[in-house]
Design a protein around this ligand. Sequence first.
Ligand SMILES: Cc1ncc(C[n+]2csc(CCOP(=O)(O)OP(=O)(O)O)c2C)c(N)n1
Length: 547
Amino acid sequence: MLGAIPTQSVRPLSVAESLIEALHASGLRRLYGLPGGGSSLDLIAASKSRGIEFILARHECAAMMMAAADAELGGGIGAALTTKGPGAANAANGVAHAALDRAAVAFITDGFTEQQVRYITHQVFDQRAVFAPLVKAHSRLESADPGAEIAALIGAALSPRQGPVHIELNGAAARTPCTSVPAAAKTPISIATADPTQLQTACALLAKARRPVVVVGLEARGSHAEVRRLVEALACPVLVTYKAKGVVPDAHAQYAGIFTCGAAEQPVVRQSDLVLLVGVDPVEFILQPWPYASPVLEIGLTRHPVHYVAPQASLYGDIAANLNSLRPAVLRGTWTLAEIAALRTAMLESLRYRGRRTGITPEAVVKIAASEAASLRRWPRATVDAGAHMFSATAFWPCSNPNDLLISNGLASMGFALPAAIASAAHDPRRPVIAFTGDGGLMMCLGELATAAERRAPIVLVVFNDGALSLIDIKQQQRKLPAQGVRWHRYDFAAVARGFGGRGFHASTLTGYRRALRAALSGKGLALIDVLVDPSGYQQQLAAMRG
Ligand SMILES: Cc1ncc(C[n+]2csc(CCOP(=O)(O)OP(=O)(O)O)c2C)c(N)n1
C-alpha cells in the first residue's frame, strides 16, 4: 500500500520536487518532454537535482511514446511533460498508446488555476475531460495533501492493468510547499490471489488435456521463467503475441509462431484440445471473432472487461505464482517436437514474401539485418512501426528475451519505432537498436531524428521506402477502388538523416543493403538506411496473417 509520510526536511519540498522524488522512488530515471514556460521548468529543475535526465523530444506525442517504452523496459513508471493547451493536445496519441499498450506513465501537463480559467480563454480547453477516456487517474495536486495524491496516482499507474495517469500541474501549484512526501511504490502494487475453485477447475482442465496449446501475451513478460517451465512440462506448442515475443525464444524447440487471433496460427490452435492464454490482453488481438471450439484456460493479472472468449477457468493475480500452482496438474501431452517444428515451418512459409517487382523484399530486409546483427557483441533490440512492413519484422526478427522487440500493438500507432528506439538507447546505451519503420511512420516523427542524432544513440533506422501507405494501399486494391490518396514520392530519407547530423545510406540491391548495414552497425550514433522495397507481396502476406 502506498501512503504519505510527514516530511522532515527543513525547507519543505515543493509539489514539483515531491512529485519527482516519488517518481524516482518508483523507478523513474529519465523524464521526456517538450516544455512550456510554467510547471515544466520546475519539473526539469527538480529532475536535474534528483539525477533524473531530462530528454528533450521534438514532439509531445513522441515524448509520451518514449516514456511508455522506457516504462516497459524498466518495469517501473515512465514520465513525460508538456505545456498546457497545444502541447497537451499534441501528446494525445502518445497517451492513447500508453493506455492501450498498458504502460505505466505519468503524463504531466501544465494547467491553469481555478481563478485563471474564469478570465482566460487563450489556449484553454478542458484538459481533464480530453484525457479522461485514456488515463487511469487525474489530479491537479491542489488538495491539502498532494503527497497522498501523488502516491495514489503512481499506485494507479502501476497497478494492473498498467496505464497512464494525468497530472495537470499549473506553475503556482508546482511551487507550493508539499506538506508530505509520498512513499515509494513497488511493482506490482497489489496482487490478487486466485480463486481456489477456479484453480481446481483449471487443474481438472489441464489433467484432461492431451493437445494443449499455450498462447503468451504482454502481461507474461515479467514471468518468462515460469512460462518456459510450464510450456516445457506440457511439451506443447507455444505461440506469442507481438508484444510477448521473446518470452519464449524463437529458437525454442516448442516455439510455433505468432498469435494475433488471425489466420496464420489457426493450423496450430485447431489441433488443440485446450488453449491456455497466459498473460494475454484482448487488446493484442485483431478485430475478429474467436474462431476456436476448444476450452480456454486463462491466466492473467486481472479480468479484462472486454473479452473475445469465455474461458472455462480463469486465474487472476500473480502470473508466476499461478503458473507454479498449476504445475502438479501438468501431464505431458501427445505432441512431438517434430510436429511442432513442422507447424513452425509451415507458419513461416505461409508468411514468406512473394514479391513480383524489382527492389528488396521486406522479408530480406529483416532477415539480412538479423544475420548481420549476429556478429555483434550484443543482440540489438528491435523496434517496429505500424504498417505492412510489420508482418515481416515481427515474423522474421528472432527474439530470445522479453522486450527484445518493442511495438505499439494495442493502439498499433504509426510513428512509434523511432521514439521507442531512442528510449531503448537511453535505457541501455550499450545495446544497439534496429528500428524498422515505414516511410509514412517515419514522416510522423521525423523531428526525432534530431533527438537521436544529438544523443549519438546507437540506432540503425531501417526505412521500408515504398512511396506509399502500403497497408492502406493494399486494402484499397483489395476493394478494387481507384488508386488515390495513399501514395507519394520515394523521398530521400538518407539525406534527411544527414541533415539532422546522422549518417545516411541508400540501398536498392541486396549487396548494397548488406554493405550499408555493415557500415551502419560498425559506426557510432544514428544511421538511417533508406531501403527501396518491393511492396507487391504485401497483399498475400496480409491474407496469410489475418485471413
Ligand atoms: C497514427 C496512425 N495513423 C494512421 C494509422 C492507420 N495506418 C495503419 S498502417 C498505415 C500505413 C503505414 O504506412 P507506412 O508507414 O509507409 O508503412 P507501410 O504500410 O508502407 O509498410 C496507416 C495509415 C495508424 N495505425 N496510426
